[in-house]
Design a protein around this ligand. Structure first.
Ligand SMILES: NC(=O)c1ccc[n+]([C@@H]2O[C@H](COP(=O)([O-])OP(=O)(O)OC[C@H]3O[C@@H](n4cnc5c(N)ncnc54)[C@H](OP(=O)(O)O)[C@@H]3O)[C@@H](O)[C@H]2O)c1
Length: 286
């Protein structure tokens, strides 16, 4: 990147905490301009369909705290509230980012619908809960993609990364009430994982690339709130730090060999395997 080339723009949804916040910081440190979205503008705000700590308090993190960290890394940031359950807010958030930066080079569909109903046992899962989970994890990211695609084509291309999950690929190793995922979450992530292939065949010739990634078990506060500290999945698979997953996403978006890697593993890219294979280092200060 030279001083005459404007820095590329990464739009990361669900960046008030967890993987999204770590990803915003990693791309900021790599010289990108950063757009972040989530519902929580300031710490402690409460929302419907929100994970809580066992004592009922909201999880830490906010757009303001991520934006401050991004600015501290020397990057320009546009922070916009957005609710996956509200189509108008999705449109408004994307419009605000485009008004601010004029382009988006990378969209990371990372935000996830979070309510315990997504991991309900089959007998407890009602139609409305399944529909809400699909709205948040399938319909909402598709809406963002559909609105962004003409922008990417007009600017000559771009990359879309959809953050999936092993829950969308495999059967749960145990029932949801014993520490694994439920049908609604798994079904929504399976559906999201199909989006990249359609983008690639419909828009690849016009410069747009897409992939689906699986972060594996990541040590975010959300995992502790959902599955418990040192829960069954963490004991079974181990957990990686959000900053390592962010390093893998940065590699995918920037490394010259990433295109070949995408071609080798087009279905669902295992980010923890990528971290190990490439020896990627999480930023120690993240
Ligand atoms: N952590 C893991 O082990 C793991 C494993 C497999 C896949 N993943 C995937 O990785 C992604 C990030 O997970 P994470 O562990 O980093 O979760 P996290 O720390 O809880 O972050 C989730 C983000 O989504 C936002 N969000 C939640 N509900 C929203 C809504 N209705 N509208 C807009 N934004 C909303 C949250 O912000 P607000 O609450 O402020 O809106 C937050 O910024 C998710 O797609 C998840 O499915 C994670």
């Amino acid at each position: 990147m030279t001083s005459s080339t404007p820095a590329p723009v990464a739009l990361i949804t669900g960046a008030s905490r967890g993987i999204g916040a770590a990803t915003a910081l990693a791309f900021a440190r790599a010289g990108w301009r950063i757009a972040i979205t989530a519902r929580t503008r300031v710490e402690g705000q409460t929302h419907r369909h929100q994970l809580r700590r066992p004592d009922g308090r909201a999880l830490a993190g906010s757009l303001e705290s991520t934006a401050e960290a991004v600015r501290g890394a020397g990057a320009e940031v546009c922070a916009t509230t957005m609710d996956l359950m509200d189509p108008a807010s999705l449109d408004a958030a994307l419009d605000a980012v485009l008004a601010h930066f004029g382009r988006v080079d990378l969209l990371v569909n990372n935000a996830v619908y979070q309510d315990r109903e997504s991991n309900a046992l089959l007998a407890d899962l009602d139609d409305a809960a399944l529909a809400r989970t699909l709205q948040g994890n399938v319909v909402a990211p598709l809406r963002l993609v559909r609105r962004l695609l003409p922008v990417l084509v007009a600017q000559g291309g771009g990359l879309i990364v959809n953050v999936g999950s092993g829950a969308g690929q495999a059967d749960p190793p145990m029932p949801a009430d014993q520490g694994a995922w439920g049908y609604a979450y798994g079904a929504s992530k399976a559906a999201l994982a199909r989006l990249a292939g359609c983008i690639n065949v419909e828009y690849g010739a016009r410069g747009v690339r897409a992939c689906s990634v699986n972060p594996g078990v990541v040590g975010t506060e959300a995992v502790t709130a959902t599955l418990g500290d040192g829960g069954a999945l963490e004991r079974r698979y181990g957990a990686m730090a959000p900053a390592s997953i962010a390093a893998a996403l940065l590699w995918l978006a920037t490394h010259p060999e990433a295109l070949a890697a995408l071609a080798r593993q087009p279905q669902l890219i295992d980010l923890q395997a990528l971290v190990r294979r490439e020896g990627l280092q999480a930023d120690a200060t993240a």
